[in-house]
Design a protein around this ligand. Structure first.
Ligand SMILES: [Zn+2]
Length: 167
């Protein structure tokens, strides 16, 4: 267990223009670098479902607590990153991210998807499914923004959902 917040030489945390706090590159970061581990409590799928429902209902009450922090680790377990020591939970979602989450030998890492310049805000795609997508509007401001936080594989589906809504 970690007694203090996780640290990485690559990053610094401060207020973000996207949402609440954000995590920024403290130096140039080379593509493929494992920047910081995404840590938390290891929980069963069943417990994860319960917590996701709870987090979502809290998000509806308090928009500053807007995220679901559950991460898929493997077929049996998830990681609940909603713990004070998990610095990686401050990384925002983007539809055009510069990082991605990768699983390496039982650990979740936030890794650089491309070369990142000092001072850039770090982001990754949260990979949400389309259940309750309306609860997760995206404010990433990128040119590719689809308006909601969703896994990129689901964008065609999301776009057709949004089009139907307009008829
Ligand atoms: Zn977006």
């Amino acid at each position: 267990m970690f007694s203090t917040s996780t640290k990485s030489p690559y990053i610094t945390k401060r207020r973000s223009s996207i949402h609440g706090y954000g995590v920024y590159a403290r130096c140039d970061i080379v593509k493929g670098t494992q920047i910081i581990e995404y840590v938390g409590e290891k929980i069963t799928k069943r417990e994860a479902e319960k917590r996701a429902d709870r987090d979502l209902s809290q998000a509806q009450v308090n928009s500053d607590h807007g995220a679901v922090y559950i991460f898929v680790l493997n077929n049996r377990y998830d990681i609940d990153g909603n713990v004070a020591y998990n610095t990686a939970r401050y990384i925002n979602h983007s539809c055009d991210p510069n990082c991605e989450a990768e699983i390496d030998r039982g650990k979740i890492w936030i890794a650089a998807l491309r070369d990142i310049k000092k001072g850039e805000e770090l982001s990754y795609n949260y990979g949400y499914d389309l259940d309750d997508y309306e609860q997760h509007p995206c404010k990433c401001q990128s040119n590719r923004c689809v308006g909601f936080i969703a896994s990129e594989e689901l964008w065609p589906q999301l776009k057709s959902l949004l089009n139907k809504g307009r008829i």
